[in-house]
Structures are given as C-alpha cells and as structure tokens.
Design a protein around this ligand. Structure first.
Ligand code: PMM
Length: 301
C-alpha cells in the first residue's frame, strides 16, 4: 500500500496536486552527467525555459559540481555562474530553486528571484546557511550526505542504510528547525549516490515509505545516477553512459510519485513529466474506485 499522506505542500512554493518535476540546470563545466553543456548564461536560461516547456514545475540551478572527485568552486565564480541564470529564469516566471552549499549564493539567489534553497550538505557546509534561509523565510531542501564533513567522497558504511538515513535526516531536520527554518518549509532528500552505493540507493528507493514517515515532503533525485548504470549494465558489466539513463530515470520518477514523493529532480524532463502524470491519474482512479466501491456497497444494501 503506498502512502500518499507525506506529499504535503511547502510554504512559499506553489501547491502541486501531484508529484512535482524539478528540472536541473547545471551551470558547470564538470557536472557528473551534463557538465559543460549549459556553461553559459544564455544557453543555461534557454535550457531552463525548455525544461519548463517540457513539463518542469520548477528548475534547480547549480553552479558547483558535486560529482565524486570534484574540487570546490570558489565563491565568486559560483556567484558569477548562478545569479544571472536565476535572475533570467525568475524574470520569465519560472519557479527557481538554487542548488548551493553557500549562504552567500543562497541569499543572492533569493534576492534575484529564487524561491527554494537546495543544499546537498543539509546545512553543514556553511554555518551561515540555515540562519540565512531562516531570515529570508525561504523553504529549504535538507539532503542526507553523511560523508560531507569528511571531504564528501568517503564511501558510506551502513549496517541498515534505511534506518540510518532516516535517523540522520531526522537529526538534520531538528538542527534546521533549531536554526529557525519553520517546519512547513522543510523538504527532505535521501541523497541517492552521496556516499552510497547502488545497493544503498536501491534499498532507499524500496523504502520510500519510511522516508515519508519523517512527515516531510520528500524529494527524490535519482536522475542518471551510478546505481541506474549498474541496474542497466549489459552482460559485460559495463554501465551505459549517464545520458543513456533517462528512461530508467523516468521509471524511478513513476515509482517515487506512486510512493508519494513531493518531487523528483531530473535532467531530462519530458519522460518524468509524463511519469508523474500517469502516477497521478492512477492515484485518482484508485480514489474514484474507492468512492465507486463505497457507492456500490451502499446500493447493494
Ligand atoms: N544530486 C546532485 C546535485 N544536487 N540535490 C538534491 N537535493 N539531491 C540530489 O540527489 C542531488 C542534488 C548530483 O547530480 P547532478 O550534479 O548530476 O545534477
């Protein structure tokens, strides 16, 4: 039985009646799956608008790659990459999220029209992040990334990955609440692939219900990740390249939407936009079926 009660809505964002689709615009020369393609303001804004035309409900703009082995970009460079793209998209009416671990980038992005801060460190990277987001009254994505403080690329060792991720996200949410971000503005994300191997990622996807039991809107970001490469690998064990994982990504979008996720974060939007709409139609058919069933029972009496 899927649990739809956790989808919820997030204060400060539109209330979607189904799982939302967050399209990704990475303004980076080196992102893990689409690096370099949108590394120019005009191209990046155009790409964001294309994603909206393809069905994205919001667009996540990032200027720093988090792929394994990536070095941190300096602050000025991150601002230079991100702010004009945020401004360009927001001025076109796009709901913009900023993917950053820096308070300064979050603040300047919010001032430029972004409405959501997505921090893969869950507020750990920059001690000013949580107070800055709290002051701005903006919603905040708290992602799980255990290895962040040890340099990010450590391999996660878990006895029970689902329990540990749930417990650690719970603790991060408490810290975020203590820092002044209100409960109705917090989104949680298991951080697929972040110090997690394919088994870990699949176990988390198998138990989205337990992540939803945290009682927060849930963001699932599986797009093009390594675990999909592993699932799709041919007999020789070679994974397909990242850009050939979009159909698999949309399968995850359908599963996540069906489970009750608030949003999915994807690079290729069209197929996931379809997937979440199909999941929604099935949900509605189930609700109608229940109503019909109840009426049928009534009539039979
Ligand atoms: N993954 C990436 C970047 N940002 N944000 C959230 N909330 N969750 C994620 O899993 C996540 C993220 C890495 O993927 P990309 O650089 O290819 O977009």
């Amino acid at each position: 039985m899927s649990n739809h009660s956790g989808r919820g809505s997030v204060t400060g964002l539109p209330a979607w009646d189904r799982c939302a689709v967050m399209g990704v615009v990475n303004v980076t020369p080196d992102s893990f799956s689409d690096g370099g393609r949108w590394f120019d303001t005009t191209a990046a804004v155009k790409h964001g608008l294309d994603l909206v035309a393809q069905g994205a409900d919001l667009v996540d703009v990032g200027g720093e790659s988090t792929r394994p082995g990536a070095t941190r970009v300096d602050e000025d460079e991150e601002l230079r990459r991100v702010i004009p793209v945020v401004r360009g998209l927001a001025s076109e009416g796009v709901v913009v999220s900023v993917d950053t671990m820096r308070a300064s980038v979050a603040e300047r992005s919010l001032a430029a029209g972004a409405v959501l801060v997505n921090d893969v460190s869950g507020g750990l990277a920059d001690p000013r992040m949580i107070p800055a987001v709290a002051d701005a009254g903006a919603p905040f994505v708290v992602m799980h990334w255990r290895g962040f403080l040890q340099g990010g690329n450590v391999e996660g060792v878990y006895e029970d990955v689902v329990r540990e991720v749930v417990d650690e996200l719970h603790a991060r949410v408490d810290a975020v609440l203590a820092g002044g971000i209100t409960a109705d503005r917090i989104v949680v994300d298991p951080g697929l692939g972040f110090s997690k191997n394919a088994e870990h990622d699949l176990a988390l996807l198998a138990h989205l219900d337990r992540l939803l039991a945290l009682g927060r809107p849930l963001l699932v970001a599986a797009s093009r990740k390594r675990f999909l490469g592993r699932v799709l690998a041919g007999p020789d064990g070679a994974p397909p390249p990242a850009r050939e994982r979009d159909a698999a990504t949309s399968a995850v979008s359908a599963l996540a939407a069906h489970a009750g996720a608030w949003a999915v974060r994807v690079h290729e939007v069209r197929a996931s936009a379809d997937a979440v709409r199909v999941a929604h139609a099935v949900e509605q058919a189930r609700a109608t079926g229940h109503a019909l069933g109840a009426r049928g029972a009534e009539e039979a009496r």
